[in-house]
Write a protein that binds this ligand. Structure first.
Ligand SMILES: Nc1ncnc2c1ncn2[C@@H]1O[C@H](COP(=O)(O)OP(=O)(O)O)[C@@H](O)[C@H]1O
Ligand SMILES: [Mg+2]
Length: 251
């Protein structure tokens, strides 16, 4: 691949631009090792997709980045700082926000109150401003702002979970399986929204089992198997790769 031919100064420049840089990361559940020396980087403004089968370790990696999963080795750099030992709330304050697998909105609370919760680190004025822009980005949430979040459809709940994370005005948005369990039309809508967020300059790391959809919108893609990154490259390139096509795209 061309990357190996790249000269040193360019590589250094690339590293300087990377917002998130995960190096040799390991993580365990008791004696079971879930991450085996993971390397991954996300450049500022990039949309990066991490794909892989169920159980590959994708969620574990996202949770390690956001600080809710302990790591046993390696490091996590964010904005040129080592954040490996920082607590989860400090990472939120630094601008890392995760939308967890299964969305996890607060069902009895209204849509608007769910959104406000996402802005707990911010001032009242910033919160009000963010609410306006979230309602612009997700008009359906404006229509339903007074309803309990539990009454929303799966796709609308996914939008709410994304909007809630965006309320914190994150520098890095982590999305865990945003299309899981959604009907095909809604899957398309969610991926279009993710693309729109990227166009607005938001840096995104998205985990997906829907490899085709994720890689087709990604600047960079990573493939994870059994806790290891086994392939990486521009999304479009991975989509054309025979091994990926056979293993993940059913072709
Ligand atoms: N809470 C847990 N306790 C023990 N093992 C876990 C736990 N969560 C995940 N694992 C294991 O870690 C591995 C990676 O899981 P996970 O990160 O959830 O994968 P993915 O998100 O790619 O489906 C799997 O083998 C899974 O069984
Ligand atoms: Mg998962």
């Amino acid at each position: 691949m061309t990357a190996t031919l790249t000269q040193l100064p360019t590589q250094q420049a690339l590293q300087a631009e990377s917002l998130l840089s995960v190096k040799s990361l390991t993580s365990h559940y008791g004696r079971i090792q879930a991450l085996h020396g993971v390397n991954l980087s996300v450049g500022a403004g990039q949309l990066v997709a991490l794909v892989g089968a169920n159980g590959a370790g994708k969620t574990t990696l996202l949770r390690a980045i956001s600080g809710v999963q302990p790591v046993s080795g390696g490091d996590i750099g964010f904005m040129q700082q080592d954040i490996s030992r920082m607590g989860a709330s400090q990472r939120v304050r630094m601008g890392i926000n995760q939308v967890p697998e299964g969305r996890q909105v607060f069902a009895p609370m209204t849509v608007e109150d769910n959104l406000k919760l996402g802005a707990f680190t911010r001032s009242r004025a910033e919160m009000a401003e963010s609410l306006v822009s979230m309602y612009e980005l997700f008009p359906i949430l404006k229509d339903k702002r007074g309803l309990p979040a539990g009454t929303l459809s799966g796709g609308q709940q996914q939008m709410l979970a994304m909007a809630r994370a965006l309320m914190a005005s994150p520098k890095l948005l982590l999305l865990d399986e945003p299309s899981m369990g959604l009907a095909p039309l809604m899957v398309r809508e969610i991926f279009q929204l993710i693309q729109k967020l990227r166009e607005q300059g938001i840096t995104i790391l998205v985990v997906e089992q829907n490899a085709r959809a994720a890689l087709s919108i990604a600047d960079q893609g990573y493939v994870m198997e059994l806790g290891r990154i086994v392939m990486s490259g521009p999304g479009a390139e991975l989509l054309r790769d025979d091994r990926i096509r056979q293993a993940y795209l059913g072709m």
